[in-house]
Design a protein around this ligand. Structure first.
Ligand code: CP3
Length: 350
């Protein structure tokens, strides 16, 4: 059988023309899928992440179920925290818990600046997933990922998810030297980790700065931007595109672009054409359907998908995605429907 590689996602990352707009979903492997819940009945999430065969199997679930244009390796942004010295647990209902959070300068000093060998299971999962994808008739690219340093630092300091980031900002404003030392350690770990994912076979990498939107532009510039810039520039000799994503970043878009990335991920709080106008045409854009839209009746979903595509007008460099991850109760058929809508509504006449 002749393989026909589906490279429209890679092309869009490079702002090259495509036959139709590529689409994938953040958190596309997860509890909204019955196949995933079945695996989770038998194994906790950390076990799935740390067992390359299971992680690869779960990575393949949405690829087999939907006509999506990219896969994303199954892992979690918090995995590097463990080898750095933190005690991580995913508790049912509560989300991630870190039992020994970083409280101050001495907590920062105690963190180990580990190399990517400590997360070798992720590279192994990438190799297995790539192999499985390559054996399909129409292989799609596989995305690797890491949390960005601000978002990871917030989990390290708060000990879990947070609403107001009081301790995180407390360290940032109260002990900037400790803050920068923490961000430096995290940035070195993240660049080594992404490098190892690329060398294991990840064809694109995404940096998730999910919670950075809680900062004002001055704080982003001073406390975050140089560190993200360090990570992204450390990977510039690799030929893989980098997606730089955050939520609530309407006030930060220009600064995120300055920090780097071939693709900027935007959420639904901004019109995608306004965001792109501010970012400039020399960068690709990923987004930006509100994940809650997927709970609406199909005609309403169609209207909103069409609105995003109308705003973009088939400009090269658009990757369709949600503005944030798929939610656990999302109807699977609606995910399927969005993929068809995007492909059909954006098909270029040849
Ligand atoms: O996208 C994919 O399919 C790959 C898998 C993936 C997971 N986490 C698996 C996971 C990815 C890309 C992530 C990233 C991640 N993890 C982020 C950034 C993206 C975002 O949503 O902002 C963040 C902030 C985390 C941290 C995290 N992991 C939280 C807050 C939680 C608990 C909340 C929740 O959704 O349950 C997790 C657990 C987690 N990571 C789940 C999955 C599928 C659900 C847990 C489960 O299966 O029990």
């Amino acid at each position: 059988m002749v393989k026909k590689y589906n490279d429209r996602f890679l092309k869009a990352c490079r702002r090259e023309p495509v036959d139709c707009t590529p689409v994938w979903f953040m958190r596309q492997a997860g509890r909204y899928m019955q196949e995933y819940r079945k695996i989770r009945e038998k194994h906790d999430i950390l076990t799935v992440c740390k067992t390359p065969e299971l992680a690869a199997q779960v990575t393949l679930q949405p690829i087999e179920r939907f006509d999506i244009d990219a896969g994303i390796i199954f892992a979690d942004i918090l995995l590097p925290l463990e080898p750095m010295g933190l005690n991580l647990e995913f508790s049912a209902g509560e989300g991630p818990v870190i039992h020994n959070p970083v409280l101050d300068k001495s907590g920062v000093s105690a963190l180990k600046e580990v190399d990517a060998d400590s997360l070798r299971y992720v590279g192994d999962a990438i190799r297995l997933a790539r192999q499985a994808i390559e054996s399909q008739p129409s292989p799609i690219p596989l995305i690797g990922f890491a949390g960005a340093p601000f978002t990871l630092a917030s989990y390290m300091i708060e000990g879990g998810s947070s609403r107001n980031y009081i301790r995180t900002k407390g360290m940032m404003y109260g002990d900037p030297a400790a803050w920068h030392a923490l961000m430096k350690k995290l940035s070195n770990v993240i660049s080594g980790y992404l490098w190892s994912q690329i060398h294991a076979g990840a064809q694109v990498v995404q940096l998730f700065d999910s919670w950075v939107g809680c900062l004002n532009p001055d704080d982003y510039r001073e406390y975050v931007l140089p560190h993200v810039q360090h990570i992204i520039s450390s990977l510039q000799n690799e030929t893989v595109p980098i997606v730089h994503f955050g939520t609530g970043t309407t006030a930060l878009l220009e600064l995120m672009k300055e920090a780097g990335g071939d693709v900027i991920g935007v959420d639904w709080r901004v019109h995608i054409d306004d965001a792109w106008e501010r970012l400039g045409i020399n960068v690709a854009v990923q987004g930006n359907l509100d994940p809650v839209t997927l709970f609406s009746p199909l005609p309403e979903i169609h209207r909103r998908v069409a609105d995003i595509l109308r705003r973009v007008q088939n400009r090269p460099g658009h990757i369709f995605n949600l503005g944030h991850g798929i939610l656990p109760q999302t109807p699977v058929e609606h995910v399927d429907a969005v993929v068809s809508m995007v492909h059909e509504l954006s098909a270029r006449s040849s």
